[in-house]
Ligand binder design. Structure first.
Ligand code: PEP
Length: 253
């Protein structure tokens, strides 16, 4: 049985006050029982990670970073290393979020270096994959996702794969209010799981958690997570509202 996972990506939102306020509301929300049955993590902006981590201390919610750099230290102005994130209590990091791929221009090779460095340094990466609208319309979804999964996981052995979560996030559904139907999500999740089975083995394919992301909200969370291969949600906009995020966590319990 795969433990459900609900992740909240705050993107470049909140400030010093609202980030802690949101964390306080989540910590005091009724998610304690959920902690045993659902993994819950929030991904605030780098500069608020420590304060949010402190506010969540003692709750079942953990923190992750929205990105990470693959080098250990040195002259990489503006970048943040795995050990820095570990140092302040981070457990997870997103790698290859669609906004980093399509706004910042990250390529699969760089994303693979980040995934690898995260695992080697003890951070649990969430590898984000997903097709553009024109790619879906051209029936290229499986092809795009195959490339992103294969290149994102290149060089990882069985043991290292066990540290990875995959998030399928169709780009056309992120922040647009358009959600993949539960069936559309299930189809791609099933495809990714089978791909992992071919690349590794059936046991690892059954163990790896595959989250859906793209305009998830309280009203569609349960339906999406009822699908056999949808193991949880990566939530953007709705994770900025404590009540909505708590409702999504409850839907995963
Ligand atoms: C995301 O940021 O990964 C995301 C899925 O955003 P939203 O829920 O706002 O579509």
């Amino acid at each position: 049985m795969r433990k459900p996972f609900v992740a909240g990506n705050w993107k470049m939102n909140t400030n010093g006050h609202t980030s802690v306020d949101l964390a306080d509301r989540l910590a005091s929300g009724s998610v304690e029982s959920a902690g045993h049955t659902v993994t819950v993590a929030v991904f605030p902006p780098f500069v608020y990670l420590q304060a949010v981590g402190k506010a969540l201390n003692g709750s079942s919610i953990t923190i992750g970073a929205q990105d990470v750099y693959f080098e250990q230290d040195g002259a990489f102005t503006g970048e943040i290393s795995v050990s820095m994130l570990k140092d302040i209590g981070c457990n997870y990091c997103l790698c290859g979020h669609s906004e980093r791929r399509h706004v910042i221009g990250e390529k699969d090779e760089l994303i693979n270096k980040k995934v690898t460095a995260a695992i080697n340094g003890g951070l649990l990466p969430i590898l984000c994959v997903g097709e553009l609208l024109e790619e879906r319309k051209a029936s290229q979804t499986n092809e795009v996702v195959t490339r992103q999964v294969k290149e994102g996981l290149a060089g990882l052995n069985d043991e290292k794969l066990a540290a990875v979560t995959i998030a399928y996030e169709p780009v056309w559904a992120i922040g647009t209010g358009l959600t993949a139907t539960p069936q559309q999500a299930q189809e791609v999740h099933d495809f990714i799981r089978k791909l992992i089975g071919q690349m590794y083995n059936e046991r690892l394919a059954q163990e790896i958690r595959i989250l859906y992301g793209g305009s998830a909200k309280p009203g569609n969370a349960a339906d999406l997570m009822s699908q056999e291969d949808v193991d949880g949600l990566l939530v953007g906009g709705a994770s900025l509202k404590a009540d909505d995020f708590l409702a999504i966590i409850q839907a995963a319990v």
